[in-house]
Design a protein around this ligand. Structure first.
Ligand SMILES: Cc1cc2nc3c(=O)[nH]c(=O)nc-3n(C[C@H](O)[C@H](O)[C@H](O)COP(=O)(O)OP(=O)(O)OC[C@H]3O[C@@H](n4cnc5c(N)ncnc54)[C@H](O)[C@@H]3O)c2cc1C
Length: 246
């Protein structure tokens, strides 16, 4: 399963579950992180309000390095643009198939119609490994014809008759080895990192929440040992590589 298949109600459900056990959601931008000596002690929100906290988890996605800097911590997480295209099929596909990964790196899946009268659609993605870092949200529609559609047409000609295509781009939160940085920030007690999922964070979210909650409560991991994903692996030249990453 890819995280793309997890629908919004699932996330709303987990938010509701957190509130049911006492979590409180506050909307606003973290504009400063306060310290008491080396230890973090709270956050400033929207340059005015203060929330005291003995533990702060940086979960700022593509903006994680910027938030870490507020705590005086440097992490190797960069925003990198990623495109997705949605093709609306002229006729509904005769059967549904699982997500397909072409050796070219182009991968696609059906997007199940939400309404009975909705056109059958496929969502197509491809990671451009030389995409420059930056907060670039511009969708380059020419990439559909150039990079995305040719491998799809070659592999599954029956899916290549579409009426129109929509494009969209968002930001991946990339680390040098394309895997997350998890755990305590070095020399900043109380500041935890849940960052750098490198485009796979939906899938990893439940396990990350579980592992970090253990780290906060017990000061060590219990269910999975995630120490190989600590941010210091980069200084130690011990990247965590995963050949199956798209
Ligand atoms: C095109 C595309 C396709 C993807 N497909 C998949 C997929 O198929 N499977 C998968 O697993 N993952 C996928 N991902 C990746 C996935 O979306 C991310 O890895 C995941 O959302 C990361 O979760 P996060 O909670 O760490 O960060 P985010 O979801 O980015 O959330 C970070 C939040 O922090 C907030 N924030 C930032 N700075 C501040 C601040 N100073 N103060 C307060 N709030 C702040 C942001 O507004 C945001 O709400 C895809 C991403 C893209 C762009």
């Amino acid at each position: 399963m890819t995280g793309m298949q997890i629908r919004k109600p699932c996330w709303l459900g987990s938010g509701g579950g957190a509130e049911a056990v006492g979590a409180k959601f506050i909307t606003g931008e973290v504009t400063a992180i306060h310290r008491d000596g080396n230890r973090v002690s709270g956050v400033e929100i929207d340059r005015k309000d203060r929330v005291n906290a003995a533990v702060i988890v940086n979960a700022a996605g593509p903006y994680a390095a910027r938030v870490a800097e507020l705590a005086g911590v440097t992490i190797p997480v960069q925003p990198v643009r990623q495109h997705l295209f949605r093709a609306f099929l002229r006729t509904a596909a005769s059967k549904r198939h699982p997500m397909i990964v072409d050796p070219s790196g182009v991968h696609w899946r059906h997007d199940d119609p939400q309404r009975i009268d909705e056109q059958d659609q496929i969502i197509v993605a491809r990671t451009k490994l030389d995409e420059p870092p930056g907060e670039n949200f511009a969708c380059d529609m020419s990439r559909w014809e150039q990079d995305f559609f040719p491998p799809l047409r070659r592999r599954l000609p029956s899916l290549s008759d579409y009426t129109h295509v929509e494009g969209w781009s968002g930001l991946y939160e990339m680390t040098p080895d394309h895997n997350p940085v998890l755990g305590s920030a070095p020399d900043r007690p109380g500041f935890l990192l849940a960052n750098g999922f490198s485009g796979h964070g939906l899938m990893m979210a439940p396990a990350t929440g579980k592992a970090l909650s253990e780290l906060i409560r017990l000061n060590h991991y219990e269910t999975f040992d995630l120490t190989p994903l600590h941010v210091t692996r980069f200084n130690k030249n011990r990247p965590f590589r995963d050949d199956a990453t798209l």
